[in-house]
Design a binder for this molecule. Structure first.
Ligand code: G1P
Ligand code: ZN
Length: 552
């Protein structure tokens, strides 16, 4: 008689040794794929997540990712570890796919204990590129710092992990299966999310707009996760012509591209929208679907302005008809939304960079809309930023106002004034030199206030510190702010999501009330402030670069 393969899956306890570099950054743990492929590397981190949690026995976990290289392998490992650690049920997106906002939606809808999202967001994908993993809590949002710190602490002392010895799960077929004692449900990756979108926006009006025969849009999914969502929403549910969604198939290497929806990396879309016979509306999303870029015909909407415009027009959208409880923006995001909040008589919260800081404000109903200058916008409908949600929001506003993107934004500036804004990134800087640059600014901080640079006088200068108004937790060293007496600002931060060297981010903002100047190119309007930033930080000297690698 032939011996059958393992009939009852066995829980194995595997001895391991800590890796000392598993500190989650702005958004989870991100490393190059070969780092994750080291024996026990992913397993250690997953076990450290589970070991930092309490009370998940028999509960539901949501698992999915942006489809990048290593997604499927990682998911198989995580499923077996979830089973061995005592979860009762795992919901996993078909093909291992769940966009970040869809994962947040599925966690909330199913009252799951939490979720594991596999993504390195906008970073390139492939065998030698980036991979990432992060844990989201039961409200659907990224784990707060006290959880990520506990995970990191566990990862430094871990000695073993638990995994079920079992065959791989078929991720491609929707349905229910068992892994040991644990139920596995492979779910349609798009359904729950699409339903949620339909409950928020006026789909009838958007459908009218997209089928009226003259309005044309292009959605570029950059060969990343939003493809299936965008096809379903825009082409199938809202009737836009086939071909409206381009690069709509998620590829393991994102087609070799850099799935970051900005003017540099979404160049095909930018060329289309700034070319002859351009469509009326263009949008792009990032690797895991939480970012968005909005373009009109020959017109780019700065993410900071986008947040302000959505806030000012929120009552045109069914979900926000009754108004907003408040707005929240990350510290480096421009103060355009503060002006809208002031007019609406609501609070505008200023948080550190990273979506995790919005969770408490949303849960406590202190804020309804949130945004970051880094092409992230979202609301209380989930606990992540949400790219396609922002696109639908814009379409809903356009459908109601019957104006072009450019008209809507320039009208906004007429009412509120324009916050000129730009971010300059210096990528791949030597880490030591980047730290020296920061130390050099720190050493000047005590004497900067009151100093004048041309017509600008420094009103304050600090390293941003945030006290969460809900739980009182304090986050320090969140970026250097130099504020001027006229409300202009210069902000310096080092990125917390990169995987190679350091990235310096310089954020510059000024305010222009006079509509006669609103047409200016931000790089021209901000020239003096950019020069001041270089004078203070000696960016060229420390980065050894003549100019930024990305300007947005
Ligand atoms: C960047 C963005 C930040 C965003 C994060 C995750 O982080 O600046 O706004 O929340 O990606 O998408 P950074 O690399 O600046 O730490
Ligand atoms: Zn992302």
């Amino acid at each position: 008689m032939k011996m059958s393969k393992i009939l009852t899956p066995m829980i194995q306890t595997i001895a391991t040794q800590p890796f000392l570099d598993q500190k989650p950054g702005t958004s989870g743990l991100r490393k190059k794929v070969p780092v994750f492929q080291q024996p026990h590397y992913l397993e250690n981190f997953v076990q450290s997540i589970f070991d930092s949690l309490e009370g998940f026995q028999g509960q539901t976990l949501v698992v999915g990712g942006d489809g990048r290289y290593y997604n499927r392998t990682a998911i198989q490992i995580i499923l077996k570890m979830a089973a061995a650690n005592g979860f009762g049920r795992v919901l996993v997106g078909q093909g291992g796919i769940l966009s970040t906002p869809a994962a947040s939606c599925v966690i909330r809808k199913n009252q799951a204990f939490g979720g594991i999202i596999l993504s390195a967001s906008h970073n390139p994908a492939g065998p030698t590129e980036d991979f990432g993993i992060k844990y989201n809590i039961g409200n659907g949002g990224p784990a707060p710092e006290k959880v990520t710190e506990a995970i990191y602490a566990h990862s430094k002392t871990i000695t073993s992990y638990k995994i079920l010895e079992a065959p791989d799960v078929n991720l491609d077929k929707v349905g229910v299966d068992k892994l040991g004692e644990m139920a596995i449900e492979v779910i349609d990756a798009v359904n729950d999310y699409a339903q949620l979108m339909e409950s928020l926006f006026d789909f009838d009006r958007i459908r009218e707009l997209l089928t009226n025969g003259h309005f044309r849009m292009c959605m570029d999914s950059l060969s990343a996760v939003t493809g299936p969502y965008a096809h379903r929403l825009f082409e199938q549910r809202l009737g836009a012509p086939l071909g409206t969604v381009v690069h709509g198939e998620p590829l393991e290497d994102f087609g070799g591209g850099h799935p970051d929806p900005n003017l540099v990396y979404a160049h095909d879309l930018v060329e289309l929208l700034f070319g002859d016979n351009a469509p009326d509306f263009g949008a792009a999303s990032d690797g895991d679907g939480d970012r968005n870029m909005i373009l009109g015909r020959q017109f780019f909407v700065t993410p900071s302005d986008s947040l302000a415009v959505l806030a000012a027009n929120a009552t045109l959208v069914p979900a926000y008809r009754d108004g907003l409880a408040g707005i929240a923006r990350s510290m480096p995001t421009s103060q355009a939304s503060d002006r809208v909040a002031a007019k609406l008589g609501i609070e505008c919260y200023e948080t550190p960079t990273g979506w995790k800081f919005f969770g408490n404000l949303l849960d406590a109903n202190k804020a309804t809309l949130c945004g970051e200058e880094s092409f992230g916008t979202g609301s209380n409908h989930v606990r992540e930023k949400d790219g396609l949600w922002a696109v639908l929001f814009w379409l809903n506003i356009i459908a109601v106002r019957q104006q072009s993107v450019e008209e809507i934004v320039t009208d906004h500036w007429k009412t509120y004034g324009r916050n000129f804004y730009s971010r300059h990134d210096y990528e791949g800087v030597d880490s030591d030199r980047a730290n020296e640059l920061v130390a050099n600014i720190h050493s000047q901080m005590p004497t900067l206030t009151g100093k004048t640079f041309g017509s600008y006088e420094v009103a304050y200068c600090d390293d941003f510190s945030y006290t969460d108004p809900v739980d009182g937790s304090v986050s320090t060293k969140q970026g250097i702010r130099i504020g001027f007496t006229d409300g202009s600002r210069i902000v310096f931060r080092l990125s917390g999501t990169g995987t190679q060297g350091a990235t310096l981010r310089l954020y510059v903002e000024s305010y222009e009330p006079n509509p006669a100047n609103h047409h200016l190119d931000p790089q021209v309007a901000l020239k003096d402030l950019l020069d001041i930033a270089d004078a203070i930080a000696q960016i060229r000297h420390y980065t050894q670069m003549d100019k930024p690698t990305v300007i947005t």
